[in-house]
Ligand binder design. Structure first.
Ligand code: ATP
Ligand code: MG
Length: 256
């Protein structure tokens, strides 16, 4: 499975989901790669120190002579490697202007990995530009985190339109794996309403697992750990474990 975690809205839990889903997949014993496609480099910094990031996904995508394998590093999580990002990724769009295969760069570099990873999780930036499109072209599946907030559904039309365009040409096989509601506060009536609204729009694609608000999830990146080692008994750990189980179930059911 190559799963892109995308939503052009900022701060909805893409990175938190990418990092902890990737860690949960790796904990199941299969080799997993986290690809950071966001110039903010938040998922990279969740596991690595700034100084440790020299070559990044920018080099792998922009430089024909640089393989993805050349930028990959191990993380402290067993079975989990990362292709880290740097701010230089912000220059990618300008760099690739006029290149006919600009949308296929990541896909081509991933295919050179020769199936070395059972799962690849791609963390996207909060935009629908070339980076997110590269992720959608390379991916087999898309997972959309939606924040449980009053403005939750704002912008999802644009996202769905982009997905349809990608499916029409470069990647007809792309499947929506599901929508996950994040930062949910079960206690408020508003949050319950919002959950119902999201379910009305996305129906059965909404995961049963809801990621509740948890301070532990905010803290763990500062300690370079996933939620599973940082706070194994927290709701954040239980939620992301259960999301991972649902993800595996869906992927297996549809490919069986
Ligand atoms: P961006 O669009 O900037 O890349 P994002 O969609 O990747 O943002 P995150 O970075 O994962 O979103 O989350 C935004 C902020 O909310 C972060 O500070 C993160 O620690 C916090 N956060 C994410 N999920 C939760 C949660 N379930 N409970 C509490 N805080 C959370
Ligand atoms: Mg992010």
């Amino acid at each position: 499975m190559i799963v892109a975690i995308a939503n052009q809205k900022g701060g909805v839990g893409k990175t938190t989901t990418a990092v902890n889903l990737a860690a949960a997949l790796a904990m199941r014993g299969r080799r997993t790669l986290l690809v950071d496609l966001d110039p903010q480099a938040n998922s990279s910094i969740s596991f690595l120190h700034h100084d440790a990031i020299t070559r990044s996904t920018y080099d792998a995508i922009a430089d024909p002579s640089c393989a993805l394998a050349d930028v990959i590093q191990p993380t402290p999580v067993p079975n989990l490697d990362i292709a880290p990002a740097r701010i230089s990724l912000a220059k990618l769009e300008a760099r690739l202007i006029g290149e006919l295969d600009a949308h296929f760069k990541l896909k081509d570099k991933i295919s050179q990995l020769n199936g070395e990873y059972a799962h690849i999780v791609i963390d996207c930036p909060p935009a629908l530009g070339l980076l997110t499109v590269n992720a959608l072209v390379a991916a087999t599946h898309l997972l959309i985190p939606i924040q449980s907030s009053y403005f939750a559904l704002e912008g999802t039309d644009d996202l769905l339109e982009t997905i349809e365009k990608v499916r029409q040409r470069p990647n007809p096989a792309l499947r929506i794996l599901g929508v996950v509601i994040t930062m949910h506060d079960k206690r408020t009536a508003l949050a319950r309403d919002i959950r119902e609204q999201i379910q009305k729009v996305f129906g059965g694609t909404v995961f049963k697992t809801v990621i509740t608000k948890s301070v532990r999830l905010e803290e763990s990146p500062a300690y370079k750990e996933s939620i599973f080692t940082f706070a194994p008994d927290s709701t954040g750990a239980t939620d992301y474990y259960s999301l991972c189980e649902e993800v595996i179930e869906r992927v297996e059911a549809r490919t069986a």
